[in-house]
Write a protein that binds this ligand. Structure first.
Ligand code: 5GP
Length: 127
């Protein structure tokens, strides 16, 4: 999906500045804004201004734009002072990964020691 109703997801409305967001960086092709429900001291979402549903579709259709997204993620890390301490870039893709917004976005996480990630653990599994 490359051409779609520009109002189809929340992130198109943020890019169009119809919905307010804490925008930390913007380029001709990307926008970075803070996640409304941060999971780390720094939790910023980086989106391409052109909509693809997920990172696989973006990589197949426009690898240069994917490179722009990664470069913006690194710029966000520079702006938040994370380059020396380290940071994580995550693309949730599909249901098992918990993707909820189907406009591809990179999560940039850092600013504190991050936990491990992977298999879902229920509290009951710890017994
Ligand atoms: P996903 O679960 O699709 O990988 O990530 C979607 C992210 O969008 C979530 O981390 C969620 O907190 C964030 N989010 C949802 N609604 C809004 C909003 O209105 N504004 C901002 N800035 N982030 C949002």
């Amino acid at each position: 999906m490359t051409e779609s109703d520009p109002s189809e997801t929340l992130f198109e409305r943020i890019i169009a500045r119809e919905i307010p967001a804490d925008i930390v960086h913007e380029t001709a092709t990307t926008m970075a804004f803070r996640d409304i429900s941060p999971q780390a001291d720094t939790h910023v979402l980086v989106v391409p201004k052109t909509r693809y549903r997920n990172v696989g579709e973006l990589a197949a259709a426009d690898p240069a734009l994917l490179a722009d997204v990664i470069a913006t993620a690194h710029r966000v890390a520079e702006l938040d002072g994370l380059v020396d301490s380290g940071y994580r870039v995550v693309f949730n893709t599909g249901a098992d990964a918990g993707q909820t917004v189907f406009h591809v976005h990179a999560h940039v996480l850092g600013g504190e020691q991050l936990g491990f990630f992977g298999r879902y653990r229920d509290e009951a599994d710890d017994d």
